[in-house]
Design a binder for this molecule. Structure first.
Ligand SMILES: *[C@@H]1O[C@H](CO)[C@@H](O)[C@H](O)[C@H]1NC(C)=O
Ligand SMILES: *[C@@H]1O[C@H](CO)[C@@H](O)[C@H](O)[C@H]1NC(C)=O
Ligand SMILES: *[C@@H]1O[C@H](CO)[C@@H](O)[C@H](O)[C@H]1NC(C)=O
Ligand SMILES: *[C@@H]1O[C@H](CO)[C@@H](O)[C@H](O)[C@H]1NC(C)=O
Ligand SMILES: *[C@@H]1O[C@H](CO)[C@@H](O)[C@H](O)[C@H]1NC(C)=O
Ligand SMILES: *[C@@H]1O[C@H](CO)[C@@H](O)[C@H](O)[C@H]1NC(C)=O
Ligand SMILES: *[C@@H]1O[C@H](CO)[C@@H](O)[C@H](O)[C@H]1NC(C)=O
Ligand SMILES: *[C@@H]1O[C@H](CO)[C@@H](O)[C@H](O)[C@H]1NC(C)=O
Ligand SMILES: *[C@@H]1O[C@H](CO)[C@@H](O)[C@H](O)[C@H]1NC(C)=O
Length: 656
């Protein structure tokens, strides 16, 4: 057939009937695939080339599937009926389609079909079946799953299933992946998944499951229970090894740390947005009794109060948005593989890692938005930590000298002081001589000053000192960053002058000086700055030498909300009008000039030479008039004098 693309025309309303050409529609056929989506079809198009493998009929108006036309395409591997109005399927329709592997019936009205208790018949070779969005209630999927021996991937998401019965999957024992996301499942009958020997992925997210009391799916690799109403998760007591790798319990109401398999391989555990207060698996005895009384606790948990769960393979642990006040350091003893730990948005008032559980593999630690006032990193712990999030705490001092790999520090919204390079670090944080630190965020700390050489020996790429109103920035504050610093923000610092010469920072590409009170900006030599934000300052002029230093490299400049003078900024206005730099805030960028003893504001784009010349020419006219008047007076005086002495001749000559 070749790789050619050809079109096939057929009648929308069936074969034979006369149709006006405008009612003709076309499927696109590409090799063995026929694309017939979005064609307003009400029947399956006949006369497609024989031997097609894929037929896409999504987003049409098909209602009833019968065999007459479909049986002429026995070679189909993939059938897509997504988003039609299918409400009936001829029983046994798919029996003889022995090549059919992928069947997509999502977003139809098959609940109407299931309500009639019709059985779709054998899905002989179907491996992937999508029944999502069909309005199914409990048990309705049974009519599709009774005889599906080859089925591996099943989606039932977006239905209204409230209960999964024991027999639901008994006709498809080869299932590997079941997606039940977004139903209203309240109950799963005991043993429902037990016979599915190959089941590896189960998505039960967004349902109404309230607890799992004896998790026993040994072969399962991924279990998603996020967005349910779970109060507890407990594994059945067993010494057998579980294959589970991913466990997502995010957005539930879990109070106690889940009881995970004793022998586990878990690498990913998300417990964020729950109600955890401690890493203990159980609470006090009276709380256990309370749970038992409410039948929320069936088996007595086998988690010993003094021993935490052992999670030797865990790479990712998310405990954010819970109610932790502390996490005992022995909890970390088994977490030898942990790379990411997130305890942000809790109530931690302390956090401690010790050498017994040094979190040696940890690369990212997020302790942001807690109640930390102090934090220490003992020697020999957190040796691989690269990124540390501490924003939104009450930290006033910190010592990073034992964190050799730290690259990225998020310290905004604290109460820190920056030490000078010579200072003995007490009451302040030293950022000098941190050989790997590249990203440093210090905004909103009420910083008092940034002393000279504060970052000496630290190869910062990004430095954010914004929103520290009144901070005193020493002339030498950025020394040592000449060849590394690319981005600098001093936004909202109430700076009146900038003592630091930014043109000395040879790598600097982006500078944010907006929302200060700067009256001038001075650069001593050619700068590499490409993006410069100067809006919302007190600049009347941008000096020629500054603009010349920026010329060539500068691509973007923001200058709005400054009291710029139109007539003292001819070079800047030239840039604007020749569009030699991009000015994203051009609509608000104005300057002012004098007209009749008043100041007039106009947009930088609209400044014309007359605006400044009118002023000059008026001065010129006035001085001209003054000179003329003066000259006239002198002439008159001379004339009077002459008249007095030789009155006669003068009057005579006038008369002439
Ligand atoms: C399908 O019907 C809609 C509305 O009736 C029309 O706008 C659209 O052009 C039709 N599409 C095709 C491919 O005929
Ligand atoms: C589909 O079947 C239903 C019930 O059997 C019937 O009411 C409806 O008219 C049929 N629709 C089409 C397009 O044949
Ligand atoms: C399936 O094939 C068998 C024999 O090949 C035939 O008797 C039967 O009618 C076919 N069924 C359908 C629904 O096409
Ligand atoms: C089917 O399920 C397996 C196992 O869960 C999964 O790896 C695979 O990506 C799924 N295949 C499709 C086509 O969705
Ligand atoms: C669990 O399901 C949610 C959707 O509700 C999804 O966002 C999340 O990524 C899933 N978790 C995992 C580990 O796949
Ligand atoms: C957790 O268990 C320890 C004993 O292992 C106990 O001291 C502590 O009070 C428990 N925490 C909570 C919140 O129950
Ligand atoms: C930690 O969790 C919070 C809230 O869920 C999230 O915003 C943040 O990005 C996470 N941190 C990391 C490092 O993934
Ligand atoms: C750390 O802060 C806590 C209060 O949050 C205080 O009890 C403790 O003594 C402080 N530790 C050090 C070493 O300053
Ligand atoms: C301008 O800067 C002041 C501080 O100097 C700030 O309060 C104000 O919000 C800024 N305005 C805008 C529009 O950014």
């Amino acid at each position: 057939m070749g790789a050619g693309l050809w079109f096939l025309f057929f009648a929308v309303n069936g074969v034979g009937a006369f149709v006006h050409p405008s009612q003709l529609s076309s499927c696109r056929v590409l090799q063995k695939d026929a694309y017939c989506s979005d064609l307003n079809l009400t029947t399956i198009p006949p006369l497609l080339p024989p031997g097609i493998h894929m037929l896409d009929l999504s987003r049409n108006f098909l209602q009833n599937l019968t065999e007459d036309i479909l049986s002429t395409y026995p070679t189909i591997h993939q059938l897509n009926f997504h988003s039609n109005r299918i409400q009936s399927i001829q029983p046994g329709l798919f029996r003889n389609m022995t090549h059919l592997q992928v069947l997509d019936l999502s977003r139809n009205q098959l609940h109407l079909y299931a309500a009639l208790k019709n059985n779709v018949g054998p899905l002989t070779s179907v491996q992937k079946l999508d029944l999502s969005g069909n309005g199914f209630y409990t048990d309705m999927s049974d009519y599709f799953l009774r005889d599906a021996p080859a089925l591996r991937n099943l989606s039932l998401k977006g239905n209204s299933i409230t209960k999964i019965g024991k027999e639901t999957f008994s006709g498809c024992l080869g299932l590997r992946n079941i997606d039940l996301h977004n139903n209203v499942i309240l109950e799963i009958e005991e043993g429902t998944f037990d016979s599915l020997q190959h089941l590896t992925e189960l998505d039960l997210s967004m349902n109404s499951i309230s607890c799992i009391n004896d998790f026993n799916l040994f072969q399962l690799k991924s279990l998603n229970l996020s967005k349910n109403s779970m109060t507890s998760f407990q594994t059945t007591h067993s010494d057998q090894e579980f294959e589970l790798l991913y466990l997502d319990l995010r957005e539930n109401k879990i109070h106690y740390f889940p009881i995970l398999p004793t022998k586990n391989k878990i690498i990913y555990l998300d417990l964020s947005r729950n109600q955890l207060r401690s890493v203990n698996c159980t609470g006090a005895a009276e709380e256990l009794q309370y749970l038992k009384d409410r039948h929320e606790l069936i088996h007595a948990p086998q988690c010993s109060r003094s021993h935490h769960q052992e999670l030797y393979r865990l790479c990712y642990l998310d405990l954010s948005y819970n109610q932790f006040k502390t996490v005992p350091s022995d909890f970390f003893n088994s977490l030898v593989a942990l790379e990411t730990l997130n305890i942000s948005n809790n109530c931690l008032s302390s956090f401690m890692v010790d050498t017994k559980g040094p979190l040696y593999a940890l690369k990212t630690l997020d302790l942001s938005f807690n109640n930390l006032q102090n934090l220490t990193f003992p020697e020999g712990t957190l040796q691989k930590l690269r990124t540390l999030y501490l924003q939104g705490n009450y930290l006033s001092t910190l010592d990073f000298s034992h964190l050799p790999s730290i690259t990225n520090l998020h310290l905004q919204l604290n109460e820190l002081r920056v030490c000078g390079s010579q200072d003995r670090p007490s009451g302040c944080v030293s950022f000098s001589s941190m050989p790997k630190l590249q990203y440093l965020y210090l905004s909103e700390n009420n910083l008092i000053s940034v002393p000279a050489h504060a970052f000496q020996g630290t190869p910062l790429l990004i430095l954010d000192l914004s929103l520290n109103p009144g901070v005193e920035i020493s002339e030498q504050a950025l020394s040592g960053l000449e060849s590394s610093l690319k981005y600098l923000s001093l936004r909202g610092d109430q700076l009146q002058t900038l003592k630091t010469d930014l043109s000395l920072l040879r790598s600097l590409r982006m500078v944010d000086l907006s929302s200060n009170r700067l009256t001038s900006l001075s650069l001593s030599r050619d700068s590499a700055i490409e993006i410069l934000r100067l809006q919302n300052n007190s600049l009347e002029t941008l000096e020629d030498h500054t603009l010349m230093a920026l010329e060539g490299k500068l691509r973007t400049l923001q200058v709005s909300m400054n009291p710029l003078s139109c007539c003292a900024n001819t070079r800047l206005i030239g840039w604007v009008q020749q569009a030699s730099v991009d000015i994203p805030d051009i609509l608000m960028a104005t300057c002012h000039y004098r007209k009749d003893a008043e100041y007039v504001k106009i947009n930088l784009r609209n400044v014309k030479t007359e605006h400044c010349e009118t002023l000059n020419s008026k001065v010129f006219v006035i001085s001209l008039i003054a000179v003329l008047v003066l000259g006239l007076v002198v002439v008159l005086l001379v004339a009077i004098k002459l008249c007095h002495s030789r009155g006669h001749r003068f009057s005579h000559s006038y008369k002439a």
